[in-house]
Write a protein that binds this ligand. Structure first.
Ligand code: DX5
Ligand code: ZN
Length: 218
């Protein structure tokens, strides 16, 4: 499967986010991962749909919006209007409404994805697999960049990819998010993930283009 790299702008320069996303596209990124945090679902506050609206003109890349927010259903229209391309909602917030939430996201014309935290069993995503355009596994606890990759995530990636292969969705994108570097990315890809989120590894690198290429497993 094609490996895609989604640098997280959480690690970017919030004072110059337009130029930041423009640079990500120039450096070969596939998506722009936008970590939306409301200060309630996670303690940190980052930005909302207005940031998406403001960076939209600076890049043609898909804006991959990870909603770490309470009641995501109240945010979807705003992100659609702002130009978001992918919206990911947390199973922990949606639970038995997860599949319905994915349908609503798609009705707004966006690709729909569901995510689970490190402590949530991977089986919680199985029902969403049929409706989803992507599934996201957190490999750190959400709320901050710069954390260490949780190694148990590799088993969850394998289990999810095996489930998708056995249930008619072998090519569904699995995105992994948190603590990924050029040193551990090949384990993540070998386990079955094909969309790589990285914030610190990209923005702390002296050569973003080379790092993005290495994160693609090249
Ligand atoms: C954490 C975010 C991640 C994080 C990744 O809540 O969802 O996307 O920004 O940053 P690094 O790559 O620095 O762990
Ligand atoms: Zn994220």
């Amino acid at each position: 499967m094609k490996v895609k790299v989604a640098p997280s702008i959480l690690a970017g320069d919030f004072a110059r986010m337009g130029e930041t996303v423009k640079k990500l596209e120039e450096c070969g990124a596939d998506y722009v991962h936008c970590d939306v945090m409301d200060g309630n679902f996670v303690p940190t506050i980052t930005f909302g749909n207005q940031m998406i609206e403001h960076i939209r003109p600076y890049t043609t890349l898909p804006l991959d919006c990870h909603l770490m927010v309470l009641r995501p259903e109240t945010r979807l229209e705003g992100f659609a209007r702002a130009g978001a391309n992918i919206v990911t909602v947390h199973y922990e917030e949606c639970r038995e409404q997860t599949v319905q939430m994915l349908r609503i996201i798609k009705n707004y014309g966006m690709k729909a994805s569901a995510v689970i935290n490190p402590n949530t069993p991977v089986e919680c995503l199985f029902d969403a697999a049929e409706e989803a355009d992507m599934l996201l596994l957190m490999s750190v606890h959400p709320g901050w960049g710069g954390q260490k990759f949780i190694p148990e995530s590799l088993g969850k990636i394998e289990k999810l990819r095996q489930f998708l292969i056995r249930n008619g969705r072998p090519e569904l994108d699995i995105e992994v998010d948190g603590g990924i570097t050029p040193d551990n990315v090949n384990d993540v890809i070998s386990a079955g993930a094909n969309v790589i989120v990285a914030g610190s590894a990209v923005f702390r690198s002296p050569d973003m283009k080379a790092t993005i290429s290495r994160l693609r497993g090249e």
